[in-house]
Design a protein. Structure first.
Length: 402
């Protein structure tokens, strides 16, 4: 098997995913084009050397449909010989796209590829594709579907995470993200977004709320109580987990991931391609994995995915220096840390999606770049990225600095 190296990682800032967000005026294809151009320009690439562009998109409809990866590559000025495709594994789409792009190199079927993702949640809202899992009553009943927020509360209830536990993690995410921006830790990867006239639109993550405390978060009303208790989804969850007497609703907007817009791209390639093109490898893709998990609780898969990826890489959790686990909900991170026996000191050290936001299809690629930047800053050797996935799945990737 051929080694696959990470040569570069870029992302846009995350803009608030609503009509008054800074990136709402920027079409998804322009967000994707921004990072694709940056990958080519920063590395002085002849784009004809790139053999595939693979982008994750969770709502691949309307402005985000029609194979936006291929169209963005063309719009970015890539050579017409560069193909592209979009993939969807819900929240892990950006990381899965990167893993697929890496797999082509590892299999010896490509020398240089780009993985990444894009999501404009302000323009193509979550659920816009209206898949049968949530909208077909027969499918929903047979698979014991519940909305993801209820799943998060189920996860917290099953493992005993309190409202205070979740709010403390959320406050820490905000504190760490603010410190990271203050210390300029994201500057290596951030690509400012401009409009068609070259005027700056956004150069920083817009969703953060510096100064947030657990006490302030404690004043917010739980978001999924009505959905669970009045609409009957708690009963669905309890039919799958009869050992529980009831669901404790502990999640709200402040301890759940933010809705944002953004895009990311990762340049991947073989050693031969790097030597020929004068590229310096930053890390090696050690291993990756995706798994299926119980779909009602839905959010418990990241630990199993990480363990599978680690096993494939001949490693254990103790071999990893730095972790990034997507903060879809606070309980997801709490469970991940407990399941793998980790210290919070090496998990999401620059904050996560609770503070920064979760641009669905792009997040996996974004946090892969984040962990690599921080590994370099701290002179660490190994990192692991993992995400929970809708419908009960998990994806993880292990990288090793050179």
């Amino acid at each position: 098997m051929t080694d696959c190296f990470v040569y570069d990682a870029v992302r846009t800032p995350r803009g608030k995913g609503r009509p008054n967000g800074a990136l709402h005026t920027i079409a998804p294809v322009d967000l994707a084009t921004t990072v694709l151009r940056a990958i080519a320009d920063r590395n002085e690439l002849d784009s004809s050397e790139i053999e595939d562009v693979i982008l994750g998109v969770v709502e691949p409809v309307k402005e985000q449909g029609g194979n936006i990866a291929r169209i963005a590559a063309l719009y970015a000025g890539y050579d017409e010989t560069v193909p592209g495709m979009q993939v969807n594994r819900f929240c892990a789409s950006g990381l899965v796209a990167t893993n697929i792009a890496a797999a082509q190199v590892m299999a010896g079927q490509a020398h240089l590829t780009v993985g990444g993702g894009v999501e404009s949640m302000s323009r193509v809202p979550m659920g816009a594709s209206r898949g049968p899992w949530a909208t077909d009553p027969q499918v929903a009943s047979a698979t014991k579907f519940v909305p993801q927020g209820v799943s998060a509360d189920l996860l917290a209830t099953l493992y005993g995470y309190t409202r205070e536990d979740c709010d403390e993690l959320a406050a820490r995410s905000q504190e760490r993200a603010a410190a990271a921006w203050e210390d300029d830790r994201f500057s290596k990867s951030i690509i400012p977004v401009t409009d068609q006239n070259g005027v700056l639109v956004l150069d920083h993550d817009e969703h953060m709320r510096p100064g947030t405390t657990a006490a302030k978060l404690g004043m917010l009303k739980a978001s999924f109580t009505t959905m669970g208790r009045d609409y009957g989804f708690d009963d669905v969850a309890l039919s799958r987990y009869p050992q529980l007497e009831r669901i404790e609703h502990v999640h709200h907007a402040g301890n759940s991931s933010g809705i944002v817009d953004g895009a990311a791209a990762i340049l991947l390639g073989s050693a031969e391609a790097g030597e020929r093109l004068g590229l310096t490898p930053r890390a090696r893709i050690r291993s990756f994995a995706s798994i299926g998990s119980e779909p009602t609780i839905m959010l418990s898969g990241p630990a199993d995915a990480a363990e599978r990826a680690l096993k494939r890489g001949g490693m254990q959790a103790s071999d990893i220096d730095l972790w990034e686990i997507n903060e879809a909900f606070a309980a997801v991170v709490l469970r991940f840390v407990d399941a793998l026996g980790l210290s919070h000191d090496i998990v999401n050290v620059n904050g996560g999606a609770i503070a920064l936001g979760h641009p669905l299809g792009a997040t996996g690629a974004m946090i892969l770049g984040t962990v690599l930047d921080e590994m370099e800053r701290r002179d660490l050797q190994t990192g692991c990225v993992a995400l929970c996935v809708g419908a009960g799945m998990g994806t993880a990737t292990v990288i090793e600095r050179l």
